[in-house]
Design a protein around this ligand. Sequence first.
Ligand code: SAM
Length: 226
Amino acid sequence: MKDYVRKRDGRVHVVEMGCGTGAGAHHVCKTVLPKCTYEAIDMQQAAIRTCQQEFVPELDHRLVATRADCTEVPIEDGTADIVAVCETHVTEIAGKVLEEDRQFFTKVQSILKTGGFLVWGNAIPDKTWQPCLDYLASIGMKLVESHDVTAEAIAARDQDEARVDAYVEQCLERFLAFRIPVFGPKKRAEAEIALKNFYRNPGTNLYVDMENGTDSYKVVLLEKTA
Ligand SMILES: C[S@@+](CC[C@H](N)C(=O)[O-])C[C@H]1O[C@@H](n2cnc3c(N)ncnc32)[C@H](O)[C@@H]1O
């Protein structure tokens, strides 16, 4: 992929599917691919608004933030050099590729130029990787590289634990309803578990799933061959 970018003097067009607030898009535009153009897409209006306010203005029209469902986003076929997918909530069911996942990957394939790349990283059920890669192969997406980075992801969660604990504590403190006797502390504990599970914080179910191999964090690179 570096060769592909070099041959184009860095002037590549990237589409990110499920960009969140666009922090990754900002990092790539500013530091990794400073000559690229980048369309960052997310279905959440609040995330796109944050991206438009925080990151779009400083990037001189190179970054566009679009609110849309990636399974049906109206982007012209064959226009992206790179599609980036980072921790987007697809392919989360063990051993299965759902209809929504197929629509998502089909959209990735159709907006890529032939010879362009999908860069995809996520922690998902280990059993789901192969069916996804099989489906991608069936639509002309060839696996070029695959790296299992679960050990690094666990180490990252360990290093981030104190920050997550402090952040979750500060969030929960703001909700006065959690101070209502009996009912409040019960709901607070549920909210704490849900927030920390989302982070895969040490001790949560999703962290344990990475430790015992139920989920694996992989970073994969696929090329559109047809
Ligand atoms: C865990 S966040 C990751 C955000 C970002 N990629 C990052 O690494 O910080 C997952 C994002 O994917 C978005 N998402 C999930 N399915 C989507 C879909 N079908 N279309 C658009 N966005 C989607 C969610 O709204 C959410 O913001």
